[in-house]
Design a protein around this ligand. Structure first.
Ligand code: DGY
Length: 318
């Protein structure tokens, strides 16, 4: 029987699929599996189900001589050296599609929360500062009629655009991997990178992290944005230069931000971003619904089994 290592306990829906088909071991501790242990655990397995917390690099493959498949429990796979895997004949798979709506909800939720100052307002209430209703208390920004810029227009970007149309927003988008696309009708319109920075009242990032997008939004780009713009990031932290973002939020270069992802995760409690009122911060919960996580587990297990049974997986990356 093939052997599989699962780097974190995934929902039963996925583990049940593995039962009886492969012999599997599973890390069930707090936090990510310690690297030393991981490298030992993968020494005799045919497949590994990884989380975005596992670096799948040449050291990983050196320690996993029998591995045929790495099934990443995420749609993003910036934690995996795909070229290295391909050169070693290892199949990589991911979990696209099933977390689209959950992640789009979080992106749109962050947009509204940052714009209307939800967390700041809650802190205000809880700290006893709310002494009376008054006309200029905690004023935020209007959303209706404003322009939403989307960087990346794949499944999640499009799902955010659908939500935005319900809020009466105008949607423009830019695709770092190329364009312009052939847009039809009066739907979202492709614009250049410069134009999206300058025209967006809200800018939401939905591109993968790769060499082209690392540091895509830095000091120069933030300075090009509207002074009251709201930046939303549910993609990967390093798409934004976090120090420049902090300085821009502090100095009023842009208005606010809603973040689900960071340079380092978990973000340090000493990070200066946490000292700002105009940023709403979540702990990378874009796909964290029961439905999405169950579906991701089923997909990750099926991709794994497909490869081990000699079939083409449903969601190949390489
Ligand atoms: C992903 O899938 O890439 C998310 O960041 C975690 O679900």
């Amino acid at each position: 029987m093939n052997k599989v290592y699962v780097c974190h306990k995934i929902p039963e829906a996925g583990l049940n699929l593995l039962n009886g088909k492969v012999e599997y071991r599973c890390w069930d501790g707090d936090g990510p599996v310690p690297r030393d242990l991981l490298l030992k655990e993968i020494s005799d397995v045919d497949g590994v189900i990884t989380m975005l917390t596992e670096k799948v690099d040449s050291e990983f493959f050196d320690n996993a001589p029998n591995v045929k498949v790495v099934s990443n429990y995420a749609v993003g796979y910036n934690n995996v050296d795909v070229e290295e895997a391909t050169s070693r004949g290892v199949k990589i798979t991911n979990t696209p599609g099933v977390l689209t709506e959950a992640t789009a909800d979080i992106a749109f939720g962050l947009l509204v929360a940052a714009s209307r100052r939800f967390t700041e307002a809650e802190r205000y209430l809880r700290s006893g500062k709310w002494t009376c209703w008054h006309p200029t208390m905690l004023l935020g920004r209007e959303i209706f009629g404003k322009t939403l810029g989307l960087i990346g227009f794949g499944r999640i970007g499009k799902a955010v655009a659908r939500r935005a149309s319900g809020f009466g927003m105008k949607v423009i988008y830019h695709t770092p991997s190329g364009g312009p696309a052939t847009d039809q009708g009066d739907g979202p319109r492709w614009v250049s990178f410069e134009e999206i920075l300058e025209k967006s009242d809200y800018l939401s990032l939905h591109c993968p992290l790769n060499d082209r997008t690392r540091g895509l939004i830095g000091k120069k780009e933030l300075e090009r944005m509207k002074p009251d713009a709201v930046l939303v990031n549910t993609s990967r932290g390093p798409v934004v230069d976090q120090t420049s973002l902090y300085e821009s939020l502090r100095d009023g270069v842009i208005g606010a931000a809603g973040l689900d992802v960071y340079d380092e995760e978990p973000i340090s409690l000493e990070d200066p971003l946490l000292s700002l009122e105009n940023v709403v911060m979540l702990p990378h919960i874009g796909s964290a619904t029961r439905e999405a996580r169950d579906a991701m587990a089923t997909m990750a297990a099926s991709n794994m089994l497909d490869v081990l049974e000699g079939k083409e997986p449903r969601n190949p990356v390489n």
